[in-house]
Design a protein. Structure first.
Length: 247
């Protein structure tokens, strides 16, 4: 059954107004009167809805659904600005794997330089990718996307997290393999976790020192060196296994 995130006030019946959502509902999926879909509002509750009037785009909310597809912890993926469309991939696949937020910041070794106009366009594009992936994977909440203009602005957000993990290539090279697993074992439900990944060039020594001073733990992600767009997906998969499939 098709699912849609609705960014409107919760009311019953409800008339859908978002043009992109309407296009998918009635032009692509060809919904008609009495067809049913799942609508998700900002409260994260899935609701079965019936098309009352396909011309007026009016829906009746039939019942709440007891379905939760969220990870038991809130995971924020933070990446140093990468090249090309790598953020697009992480936005889509990270959403499918349970990511709560996607952040990007200008790391010391980021090759790309984005001005404010570019950041705005990139964010809008990623938000569309995230919404499509969240609807496809039947998420209860729509992950947020945020770009930081400076690394200092990014680090000012660290205080809100219960756990900060820094994926560090040198830790992987030296065979470190227990910090990540041990940290996951100690996590409590609803904890807020920040996972930091460097761009293609990696994380600079100055950044490593700053992240550690802010409470970050350096973690290796196995014996193989992962690309910047692969590492977040590996980490999310490991978290899902540890907290959802292995308990």
């Amino acid at each position: 059954m098709q699912q849609y995130f609705i960014k409107q006030k919760l009311e019953n019946p409800i008339t859908i107004t978002d043009k992109e959502t309407l296009k998918h509902m009635f032009a692509v999926m060809r919904l008609s009167t009495d067809d049913e879909v799942v609508l998700v509002f900002e409260d994260g509750i899935k609701r079965l809805a019936r098309v009352m009037d396909s011309e007026r785009h009016e829906f009746e909310l039939v019942k709440d659904l007891d379905e939760n597809a969220e990870l038991p912890v809130e995971v924020t993926i933070a990446m140093g600005f990468p090249k090309g469309d790598k953020l697009d991939l992480v936005a889509q696949k990270g959403t499918e794997l349970g990511m709560a937020n996607l952040w990007a910041y200008p790391a010391d070794w980021s090759v790309v330089k984005w001005d404010k106009k570019k950041l705005t366009k990139r964010q809008e594009k990623l938000e569309k990718i995230v919404q499509g992936a969240a609807e496809q994977s039947k998420r209860n909440h729509l992950p947020s996307v945020q770009f930081f203009a400076t690394k200092d602005n990014f680090m000012q957000e660290f205080a809100q997290f219960d756990l900060i993990l820094v994926a560090y290539e040198e830790s992987a090279k030296t065979g470190e393999h227990s910090v990540f697993a041990n940290a996951l074992q100690q996590l409590e439900a609803n904890s807020k976790v920040l996972l930091i990944f460097g761009p293609e060039g990696g994380i600079s020594p100055d950044e490593i020192e700053a992240y550690q001073k802010a409470g970050g733990l350096l973690v290796g992600l196995g014996p193989r060196i992962l690309r910047t767009e692969t590492a977040p997906l590996y980490a999310l998969s490991a978290i899902s296994y540890a907290l959802e499939l292995n308990r």
